[in-house]
Design a protein around this ligand. Structure first.
Ligand SMILES: [Zn+2]
Length: 302
């Protein structure tokens, strides 16, 4: 789709079950909310038969001012994830899907990692022989310094993930940093006249959102500010992966409120179905006003 002078393309890595029930994934969500909204939450966002949450792993590919920007890089292939088995040793056709969108790895100018969880940095690197090397050799990788420092094993920070992010920094972040490709930013970072990054901490200390403002069009790429649209209607329901629960709730309400007030499309990292939504204020929370014009990802067989 086109927003002002920017085109947005969805590139799929994975869509399907993620081994968690709504109660496990979103411990604070209420069964009543899932029931009340089942007509549109099922089957795109939760499987009605198994009661397992469905999620997408996808990259948002932006073309802006003649440059190619990828927002989040998924899980990656052949990664060893002993404490996140659902993401271990994948072998997907992500790079073929990227090629189908007209992009070779060497064409990418900017990589945005909204945060440094396992499912947002994987394609930063690929396995070349026995070494992890940058997938996008000509790109600048934009990483919030707060997340870089939090996940750097040298700093020994404790995470709610326990060992869930084991190996991730070493195989997907350190190699691009050592290759001199990273820009570690603080506060906010202007990519070009259409795109700006801002810190949005809570899910992780350096979680960030990418705001698109071009002409009269607005959008915000929010990473894991929300994983599932149940968090639009129940914005105080965190995922079990949020490092700072109170901060995550406050940031979610702030960004969704801004999006509702500015008619900005909200692009989370993991929504199945249409992948992005326009939201409106509704009671003490928000509602989905309209879906983005992307095809249902479950019908994309690749
Ligand atoms: Zn994620």
């Amino acid at each position: 789709m086109t927003l002002g002078d920017v085109t947005v393309t969805r590139v799929r890595e994975y869509y399907g079950p993620v081994d968690m029930t709504p109660e496990t994934f979103f411990p604070e969500s209420t069964p009543r909310t899932w029931e009340e909204h089942s007509s549109w939450l099922e089957p795109h966002f939760v499987d009605p038969g198994t009661r397992i949450v469905n999620s997408a792993i996808q990259t948002w590919l932006l073309r802006s001012e003649g440059r190619i920007i990828v927002v989040d890089t998924g899980v990656g292939n052949h990664k060893e994830r002993p404490y996140a088995p659902v993401w271990s040793r994948l072998d997907t056709g992500f790079l073929d899907n990227l090629a189908a969108a007209g992009v070779r790895p060497e064409d990418v100018d900017v990589v945005v990692n909204t945060h440094l969880h396992v499912d947002h940095v994987g394609w930063n690197t690929f396995l070349d022989g026995r070494s992890w090397v940058p997938t996008f050799p000509n790109a600048t990788y934009l990483i919030a310094k707060a997340d870089f420092d939090f996940w750097n094993p040298a700093n020994e920070h404790r995470s709610v993930l326990g060992r869930g992010n084991q190996n991730v920094f070493e195989d997907s972040v350190a190699p691009v940093h050592e290759a001199g490709l990273t820009t570690l930013w603080e506060g906010s970072y202007t990519i070009d006249a259409n795109l700006r990054l801002d810190l949005a901490p809570g899910h992780t200390p350096g979680s960030s959102v990418l705001t698109l403002a071009s002409g009269t069009d607005r959008a915000v790429f929010v990473g894991d500010l929300l994983h599932n649209p149940v968090q639009i209607v129940e914005p105080d329901a965190n995922s079990c992966f949020c490092e700072d629960p109170a901060g995550a709730r406050a940031t979610r309400r702030r960004i969704l409120g801004w999006a509702a007030d500015h008619r900005a499309l909200v692009f989370p990292a993991h929504l199945g179905g249409a992948g992005a939504a326009e939201v409106a204020r509704a009671g003490n929370g928000f509602a989905v006003k309209d879906w983005a014009p992307f095809a249902d990802i479950s019908e994309d067989a690749r």
